[in-house]
Every structure is written in structure tokens, then in C-alpha cells.
Design a protein around this ligand. Sequence first.
Ligand SMILES: Cc1ncc(COP(=O)(O)O)c(C=O)c1O
Length: 396
Amino acid sequence: MMIDKILKECSSPFYLYNEERIKDKISFLNNLDLQFQRKFNFAVKANPNLAILNLIHRCGFGAEVVSAGELFKSLKAGFEPSDIIFDGPGKTEFDLKYAITQKINSINVENVEEIKFINDYSLTKGLRTNIGIRINPNIDGSTMDKITTGLSGGKFGISIDQIDFDAISNFKGINLKTLSVHIGSQITDYQKLLGSYENLIKIADEQNLKNNINIDTLDFGGGFAVLDHSNKKINFESWKDNCNKILEGKNFNIIFEPGRFIVADSCELISKVLYIKESGEKKIAIVDCSFSEYIRPALYDIKPPIKVANSSKKTGIYDIAGGICESTDYFVKDIELPEIKVGDNIIFMNVGAYGSSMSSTYNSRPRPLEVLYNNDEYRVIRSRDTLEDLCKNEIM
Ligand SMILES: Cc1ncc(COP(=O)(O)O)c(C=O)c1O
């Protein structure tokens, strides 16, 4: 089998992506019976590997970026500027100038000051830049506190009472055509998403009546859950029916920005057990990856689903830890698994989103190999850092 071949031929740790799985997730969204004009723009922050981006581009998605780096990589991966949206609460002048001159689909502003800067810089370049405004709807996504983004008091979006639509309509260097919202990640309650969509529709309808403004696009953000250790899923049937209902008779282009949903469960992080340590009452399997390669368990307290590649009938209770010199460097504690031996592969699942993209070289660990496979073949889509790479750009 392909996986056995890869496990034999590639040395751990490495990220292993299933191409068919990504295509299936994209087809699932593309084939939903949504009865309105829409486009899916992949949230590049979830996984910015060029091969993954190129695959997603070839499946007809656009891109959602939050930095000049993500914009550069998206263009390199094949996305057209007209299929790219730029979000983010802390865009630098460099980010904004790059996005303006690339003439992308929309720069969604999250600070009122961005509006004037985009206007003025666009005029110096003889351009009129399409912008959107990310609204802070003050809606709780009912997800983990650390990944909720729609509440007042947070740094995301702009509260409606701070937006001077009249002034914006008079700026000659910008064209406000989008309103956007994104209330967080890992959302399982589709009603929360719908609440944020309805809020946006209402604001757009009101502004289109009152001002010299034509908001023709609503960007509903991402947030569809792929849960790590629970079976609770978003009810897409009801979500779809309700989207169709609230958009009936409306004429907006709708954008969705799914990241996690597209790639999370396409990827496993393959590690190997280096040591089994008895410590007090505990049995700890120390593996050859760590929070440098997968930080979500340490950062968000999530428990990644885990497989052990052996067929032992006996089980044991283990803590699974990485080799970083930090006491938070555990993947999971007190988990019952088939009895583990040194050299066994421990496989962390659902690592495709915010896995490699949030990895670092902390403890000067080379970032791992990334491998993409389909039914016929596998290929390396990122080589492992060399020791020299770890010194790149440093000056002694
Ligand atoms: C503006 C915006 N859109 C889309 C996403 C993607 O979210 P998810 O990966 O949960 O779909 C994010 C994630 O942070 C975001 O900030």
C-alpha cells in the first residue's frame, strides 16, 4: 500500500498529505446546492505550501491572504489577482502597497485608517482599488475563546458605528464593494454563522439604499469546523438551506473563506517513538516531533486524534511528549493506546490546517519534510530544512 511504502521510504518526522482528500472536500463545497452567486477563497494561512495552493487553485478556488508573503505565494501558485482577497487586522504599508499594485479582488480593511491610506496611495498610482470593510458584528461564535473573532472588544473588524459611509463614497481612489465578516474558527453551530451573514446582508441593504455606494459582494469568512476529538460536526444541509433562504431574491456575490475545512483532515504528522520513560506513575512516549512541528495542542489545549502503527492487542496508558525543553510540549496525556515500543510510528491526525503553517524552528529543529500522495504516487512538496538553512540570513 502507498502509505506503507511512504513510511518505509521517508524518515520521520514528516507531514503526509492526501491529495484525494483535499479534492473531496473541495468537491463537497462546490457541489452543495447553493442557489446564489458564490466563490470559495481558500484561507492560505491554514496551509501555504505552494503545491497545496496550486492544487486548490486548479480545483477552481480563489485565495484569501493576510500578508504580502501569502499574496506572493498565492500569485506564485497560480491564483489570478482577481481571485485574491486580502484580510488582516495589522496590514503594514508594505502589505497594502503590494496588494494595491497587484490589483487584487478586494482589500478588506479592519482599521478605519487603512481606508485613507489605500485611497491616497491608489491615487498616486492612478488606480481605484476595490475595498471591503470587515464588520465586527459582536457575535460569539461559541467556539474556543482563543479562536473567536467576532466579539466587540476584540481586535478584529470595525464596529458599524465607526464607519463613515458618506465620506468613503466620496473617495476617488477606492471603490467600496464588499462587506466581510468572520466570527472565528471551528464553528459547529451553523446558526452562529447565519447570524453573522444576516447582519451583513442587513447592513449592505441599508447602505445601498442610503448612500452613493454599491456593495455587491458579501464575504462571509470561513470557520467550518473539523474537530479534533469530538464527532460534533457542522450541519451542512441545514446551513445550505438557510443560506439559500436568507439570500433569496438578493443579488450579492457571496464569498466564503474556508481554510481548516479544506485541508485539516488531509494530513497526518508522522513521528517515531524515541524513548519510553517511566516517570512516577507515568509512562511517557517521547517522539521525534514536538510543538515546533505542531503547536495546536500546546497552544489551544486540543487533543489531536492519534494512531499507533502497530497491531499490539495489549494496551497501556501513555503521555505523548515532544523533545522540546518546555513543559508544555505534550501532544496528549493519559491516553490509552496499543502498547508502544521504541521505533513505533505515532501518527497525529488532522494536522493539515495550522500544522506546518504554524511550525517553527524552535530549539533549532529543522522544519520537516512535507509529502503529498494520491492513488498512484507520492512526491516531496517541501524538503526538510538543512542545518545550513537554520543559519540562513544570520550574520556573525
Ligand atoms: C478573515 C478570515 N477568513 C478565514 C479564515 C479561515 O478560518 P478557518 O480555517 O477556520 O476556515 C480566518 C482564520 O483565521 C480568517 O481570519
